[in-house]
Every structure is written in C-alpha cells, then in structure tokens.
Design a binder for this molecule. Structure first.
Ligand code: NCD
Length: 316
C-alpha cells in the first residue's frame, strides 16, 4: 500500500527515495505537470510553466553507478527548468579512488550547499543514511535492487499516455525480475494505480515471494504475451549475479524476437527501461516494432523528472 502521509513529506520537499513515498494524489499532480511540460515543449520547444525562481537553484547529481538515460534526462530536465545541474560521477578521477566512502563524499558535497541531490548507488547503508538525514531534498536515481522510483513514474506515465489508463491494464515483466529495481518499483506503483501485474522468468530470475508477494508467474512466454497489454522486457543484470546465468536457456525461452511475440496483440505495447542488449533479452526487430515505446519512455523521463524537480524545489 502507498503511504498516505507521504504527500506531506513530498510537500515539505523532502525528496523521493521509494515509490512508497508517493500517494495517488501526488502521482496525479506529477503526471498532470509532466503532461503540461510535454505539451508546451512539443508546441513551443520550451517549458512554458517554467518557474523563474528555479533559475537560482543548483542541483547535485551524484552517480556512484553507471547511467546513461537517467542521468542525461535529469540533466535535461534541470536545463529545461532553468536549474543548474552539477554532476559528480564516482570514477577514477574522484576521491572514491583514494578510499573515501560514498557517505563522506556526499557529506562533503552537502557542505558545498546544492539545493537538492539526485543520487544513484548500489545498496550502500551510508547512502541510505544520507537520504534520511540530509537537510536538502534527495531524489533517488536508482538504489540497489529495489528502488528506482522515477523510472516507475515515467513508465506509468507512458502506459497511461499510450493505453489511456492504467487501472485494469495487465503488465508482465519478462526476464531478470529478481535483480531489477525497475521491475520492483514498477510493480508497487502499478498495483497501487489499479493495474494487474505478472512475471515471466526462469527460476533463477524469479523474485522471492517475501519481496514480491504472490504474483502470477507465466511459464510460457506465449501465454504471458497473450495475456498482457504491456510486455516489459528486462536486461539480464549480470553485474548483480553471484553465479553465472544460463543465458542460452534464457534466450531460447524468454527472448522477445519476431517469432516469439506472435501471440502479442496489435494493441499491446512493448517496453524496456534500457539499456537493452541486442540478441539477449530482445532483438533488433523488436526495437523497431511499431508497438515498442522505448524511446517514448526515455523522452517522457525528462517531463516526469522535471515535474518532480518543480514540485520538490519550486516552493523552497
Ligand atoms: C536500469 C537501472 O539502472 O536500474 N536502467 C535505467 O535506469 N533506466 C536498468 C538496467 O540497468 O538494466
């Protein structure tokens, strides 16, 4: 269940760690603002609702893990709103290389007084602690295996845009669900918005019921695709595996390709949070399929993240 006290938290501009920090009303407000940004950008190539007070704000983007879409779209959202983003990437040119912890790095960046933080990291207790204690709002750009709230928001926004509504829609997560923070955050958000969710995964990639609850698992990809309105393909997250995955079995039974998607309805959509690995979970045919909305998801990421930044920073 979504936390009903959360709107108060978000109103106090304390940021966003997990989708459970959101309630239905806040999600509605974010989607409506994101739509306004999208419409004004499509028509006028700028965000007409731009709040001038944001021009004096600076936001620290702190990435302890690699990222392409999430970082770029947060930076683009800042730019379109007039916010100044300052990006820190924990690579070999930073003091992380010298042994500084993620928490100490964050506390030092905090001392420089950005107005907010956008942070991506693995499951690091120090980073979690920073989210709880920072005086500035912190937005998660992905944390460990379970949290990626802004990806879930932009995916839900895209489903609503393409299918008209989320309530009653059937979404199946295909592939490495166990290690996917995208699937985990999406599942919580979509259930709260009235969707039905299921998975289609080999045994090694199935999430534990204690983490996911009792969610239907389709053994056959054909049945999953026949059932769903949305097929969300997931990358095999090798960097999170403790043992080597059986890729050939995965490709044979769970890959989305021209042949395997035969039972998917013409009205259904195919999603992927990216990055996709061609010829593993998905083939080039699928990337090009007219039902595929991968680039629409990425584009919507800018509007949804801008809406969140506006909400978190706009009244400060
Ligand atoms: C994902 C992530 O980092 O969790 N990508 C993203 O942010 N869009 C998924 C992945 O790495 O496979």
């Amino acid at each position: 269940m979504l936390n009903t006290a959360a709107i108060v938290a978000l109103m106090k501009n304390s940021g966003l760690f997990s989708v459970t920090d959101l309630n239905i009303q806040t999600i509605g407000q974010l989607f409506s603002l994101a739509s306004q940004f999208k419409h004004s950008f499509v028509r006028h190539k700028q965000f007409l609702r731009r709040n001038e007070s944001l021009s004096y704000k600076s936001v620290a983007l702190v990435f302890f893990e690699s990222s392409t879409r999430t970082r770029f779209s947060f930076e683009m959202a800042c730019n379109r709103l007039g916010i100044r983003p300052v990006t820190f990437i924990a690579n070999s040119t930073t003091s992380i290389k010298k042994g500084e912890t993620a928490l100490d790095t964050l506390l030092n960046l905090h001392a420089v007084q950005p107005d907010a933080f956008i942070i991506r990291s693995d499951e690091d207790e120090g980073v979690r602690e920073f989210f709880k204690t920072s005086q500035k709002p912190c937005i998660s750009a992905g944390y460990g295996k379970f949290h990626h709230p802004t990806q879930a928001l932009l995916d839900a926004f895209t489903i609503k845009e393409r299918l008209g509504e989320i309530k009653g829609k059937k979404i199946v997560f295909i592939g490495d669900v166990r290690h996917s923070r995208v699937a985990h955050s999406n599942k919580s958000l979509l259930l709260a918005l009235g969707a039905e969710v299921a998975i289609c995964s080999p045994k090694d990639f199935m999430p534990s019921p204690s983490e996911w609850g009792e969610v239907e698992n389709f053994e056959q990809l054909t049945s999953a695709l026949d059932w769903c309105d949305v097929a969300m393909s997931l990358r095999v997250q090798k960097e999170r595996h403790s043992t080597k995955a059986d890729l050939s079995n995965f490709i044979q039974n769970y890959q989305l390709n021209k042949k395997s998607i035969g039972s998917l309805s013409d009205k259904a959509i195919i999603m992927h949070p990216g990055p996709f690995v061609v010829d593993e979970e998905i083939t080039r045919d699928i990337v090009k399929d007219s039902r595929t909305v991968i680039h629409q998801q990425v584009e919507n990421g800018v509007y949804v993240r801008a809406a969140l930044l506006q909400k978190v920073l706009g009244d400060r």
